[in-house]
Write a protein that binds this ligand. Structure first.
Ligand SMILES: [Zn+2]
Length: 171
């Protein structure tokens, strides 16, 4: 499978799965990453490097998919146990770049928090509402407008559901 560079210096690539506009995702990801604080980038890279054993296991697994099990409403999700960050193809395709940036940095804020072990000390914290609020706050602090993402999702929910790969206009 072809892959597109996300952070090639660190061996991080996006598999080109073809569910959505992988090239657009990769471009926006590369623009978003340098806007994150240095501590967050360092924590994630160190965490992924530690858990990887190349060439067989190269983390993280970042993918643009059309769907994933039992998670119909989410447009992005981070699974800490697998260091997997998934993004929903219709959202990637339809979002303006800046909105997609907010979504990407939000999922990376989850990943950075786990990498920096911010939430490991409190068993009840992981995957809770509190984690979501804390992540939104963190993302805001990094300069990404969570409320603009909320508004976009609210306005475009039905458009996203109608959207499919086949219906995408060739440009
Ligand atoms: Zn979240």
């Amino acid at each position: 499978m072809n892959k597109i560079a996300l952070l090639p210096r660190h061996g991080i690539y996006l598999p080109q799965m073809g569910y959505g506009n992988d090239a657009k995702f990769a471009r926006v990801f590369r623009d978003t990453w340098p806007r994150l604080p240095l501590w967050a980038r360092r924590a994630m890279l160190a965490n992924w490097r530690t858990k990887s054993s190349p060439p067989l296991l190269c983390l993280p697994h970042i993918k643009v998919l059309d769907s994933w099990a039992r998670r119909k409403k989410e447009v992005g999700i981070y699974f800490p146990a697998r260091e997997e960050i998934l993004f929903r193809a219709p959202a990637v395709d339809l979002m303006p770049d800046e909105i997609l940036s907010v979504l990407i940095s939000h999922e990376l804020a989850h990943a950075a928090s786990y990498a920096a072990a911010l939430w490991f000390t409190n068993d009840g914290y992981k995957g809770t509402q509190d984690e979501e609020f804390a992540t939104r706050d963190m993302n805001w602090g990094w300069g990404f407008e969570e409320d603009e993402l909320d508004a976009w999702l609210h306005e475009n929910n039905s458009a996203m559901q109608r959207h499919c790969r086949r219906g995408r206009k060739k440009k």
